[in-house]
Ligand binder design. Structure first.
Ligand SMILES: Cc1cc2nc3c(=O)[nH]c(=O)nc-3n(C[C@H](O)[C@H](O)[C@H](O)COP(=O)(O)O)c2cc1C
Length: 353
């Protein structure tokens, strides 16, 4: 057992989940974090959209919703960090409790519902950080306000505001906790949305890659339609996947029936299957970010073989602790070496070749 498992984790797990989360974000924002180098393994470096990622393991969206802890998260050894989801106006999100641990299943259910301090405060934080740090990679994940009467405008505004500051932008159309939001994945609505966000991005900074983040609960024909539409509109990448509204029968924890999105170990198999299908539907032509249930370097490796150029984690940071990204990097480097790969990019999609 390491220090996190024997000491910090029992303390954090004794507190209500959201309080532990706030403590972790606060500690990271104050620089109270272990320091791991992100570029220790040269074979993990990967170049994408003209940017050099020191490793392919990223912090997924939803941990640093208000862009407060970028320096702390980077110091944990992540190759990149995605902040947000940020909404145009501040909003409180759903009533508490809205975050639940499922320890027997190594999973989490959340129904935060986009608690956000809004574009203005997020931008202030990002600008401050950017004034001293240009090299580290940060994605900005944008969403819509719950009470919005024009969701498309909410996304377009987010894209326009953050394009000059972000290394990539994510249009999040897959959160299960904002009523109607996932309907934006239906093809007619998606076309209108993608046309609008592309126009907004092109007007400001056509160099900033624009990605969409999708749900794991899509059917095969819906996924095929999305793959085609995303290519048609020249979108630069797809993040697969967000949390699931499904409740697999294998779940053992008492909290399993809470409403919200399920993440962690039970999400690994369905989200990796969807990722593999997506790689085939897009003929490997669009960079994919694989996320859902990654705990180990082997899990990250499986996502890469299925077609991911980059991967992200969230739930395993809670269960493995602040050393998670560093451990996953070490394990991944070993997996690549065992199979004779000298770089991550050689292994991307190799399962299909
Ligand atoms: C507490 C919590 C909050 C999240 N909030 C967001 C969010 O605001 N935006 C988003 O795109 N994804 C959000 N996610 C989804 C994660 O980014 C990720 O897609 C999902 O958790 C699957 O990865 P994991 O199994 O490694 O946790 C959230 C996940 C969790 C656990």
């Amino acid at each position: 057992m390491n220090l996190y498992e024997s000491f910090q984790k029992p303390l954090l797990f004794a507190l209500p989940a959201e309080i532990s989360h706030r403590l972790a974000v606060r500690a990271l924002s104050l620089g109270m974090a272990p320091r791991y180098r992100a570029d220790q393994h040269t074979q993990l470096r990967i170049s994408l959209w003209g940017k050099e990622f020191p490793n392919p393991i990223g912090m997924a969206a939803g941990f640093d919703k208000d862009c407060e802890a970028l320096a702390g998260l980077h110091s944990l050894g992540f190759g990149f960090v995605e902040a947000g989801t940020v909404t145009p106006n501040p909003q409180p999100g759903n009533p508490k409790p809205r975050l639940f641990r499922l320890p027997e299943d190594r999973a989490i259910i959340n129904r935060f519902g986009f608690n956000s301090r809004g574009h203005k405060e997020f931008r202030r934080h990002l600008e401050t950080w950017r004034s001293s740090e240009r090299a580290k990679i940060v994605g900005v994940n944008v969403g819509q306000n719950k009470e919005s009467t024009n969701a498309i405008a909410d996304y377009s505004t987010g894209v326009a505001i953050f394009a000059p500051l972000a290394d990539y932008l994510v249009v999040n159309i897959s959160s299960p906790n904002t009523p109607g939001l996932r309907d934006l994945q239906s093809i007619e609505k998606l076309r209108v949305l993608l046309a609008a966000v592309r126009e907004a991005r092109d007007a400001v900074s056509s160099a900033c890659p624009l990605l969409v983040k999708i749900a794991p609960d899509l059917g095969s024909s819906e996924l095929e339609d999305i793959a085609r539409t995303v290519q048609e509109f020249g979108i630069d990448g797809i993040i697969a996947t967000n949390t699931t509204i499904d409740r697999p029968s294998i779940l053992k924890s008492t909290q399993a029936s809470e409403t919200g999105g399920l993440s962690g170990e039970p999400l690994f198999t369905p989200s990796t299957k969807l990722l593999a299908d997506l790689y085939q539907f897009t003929d490997g032509k669009i960079p994919l970010i694989g996320v859902g249930g990654i705990f180990t370097g082997r899990d990250a490796y499986e996502k890469i073989l299925a077609g991911a150029s980059l991967v992200q984690i969230y739930t395993s940071l809670i269960y493995r602790g602040p050393g998670a990204a560093n451990l996953i990097c070490e394990e991944l480097a070993q997996c690549l070496a065992e199979d004779g790969y000298t770089s991550v990019s050689e292994a991307v999609g190799a399962k299909h070749h």
